[in-house]
Design a binder for this molecule. Structure first.
Ligand code: CA
Ligand code: CA
Ligand code: CA
Length: 271
């Protein structure tokens, strides 16, 4: 068995190599900022906008945490300061690293931005951010992990005033109470739990073991966060991939481009 603490051991002093990095597209923009604070820190800030780098930021953070069952007494941010960050395609950001001591693993994180209804996210989505985590057990003994995807949602670019409802077994939908033109739909297929609240990340950064409970613990209006938990055992030589979707979706009945224009006008007026 291997400890995530050992696996992810970093001093925390260095920023991840390759970050910050952005996926840029006229209508879809995703960015991961430099990571500070080490594996016990709060991970990188993110940005997801349907209107480029100057548009509203719907997603203040998208990242993964993990814990080895039976070993770790808390969760740790999944990264190493020396992880390799690449851009396999113009809409695709990848971060990966090997763990070679003890029971070795290969970990790959993929963030892929797709426009339109790609069939993998939510119908009608104007942008879907696919958040993938692949863990390959390259060692000789099975390993059981709890893995957590975390999103700090800020619908229409405002952190406050978000409302959340559970819309499927592992799906949560967020709207902004002030500017309801777009929703953010978080879907975590196969997750054992998906939890919404205003302080979810603390569960991942505090010093104790935590497990999520499905539901909207705090529905808002507030600065809401969401996380999904997966617990899985990976046999030697095998790998498993987790895939979570975050979709920006026009409100029902709203024409996407008209709503985008209206959103811009609304934002200008509020300045
Ligand atoms: Ca908001
Ligand atoms: Ca914890
Ligand atoms: Ca939030």
């Amino acid at each position: 068995m291997v400890s995530v603490a050992a696996l992810l051991a970093g001093t925390g002093a260095a920023s991840a190599q390759g970050f910050p990095l952005a996926i840029e597209d006229p209508l879809a923009y995703f960015r991961q900022s430099a990571i500070s604070g080490g594996v016990t820190g709060s991970g990188p800030a993110s940005m997801l906008s349907p209107l480029g780098p100057n548009g509203p930021n719907f997603l203040n953070q998208a990242w993964w945490w993990g814990r080895v069952e039976g070993q770790d007494v808390r969760e740790f941010a999944i990264f190493r300061p020396d992880m390799v960050v690449t851009q396999p395609a113009s809409n695709h950001m990848r971060a990966e690293f090997n763990y070679t001591a003890g029971s070795p693993l290969h970990i790959t994180m993929d963030f892929i931005v797709q426009r339109g209804n790609d069939g993998a996210g939510v119908p009608g989505a104007s942008i879907t951010l696919r958040q993938g985590l692949t863990v390959q057990n390259t060692g000789s003994t099975p390993i059981t992990l709890s893995l957590f995807n975390f999103n700090n949602v800020q619908v229409n670019g405002t952190a406050s005033n978000d409302l959340a409802i559970q819309t499927a077994a592992t799906q949560m939908t967020f709207i902004d109470g002030e500017i309801p033109g777009f929703r953010y739909v978080y879907t975590a297929p196969g997750a054992s739990a998906v939890q919404v609240g205003s302080n979810i990340r603390t569960l991942l950064t505090n010093s104790t073991v935590n497990n999520l409970v499905t539901g909207v613990a705090e529905s808002g209006p507030d600065n809401l966060e969401v996380a999904a938990q997966y617990t899985l055992t990976i046999a030697p030589g095998q790998s498993q991939t987790l895939l979570v979707f975050g979709s920006i979706v026009p409100a029902p009945g709203a024409a996407a481009l008209l709503t985008l224009g209206g959103l811009l006008v609304a934002r200008r007026r509020r300045r």
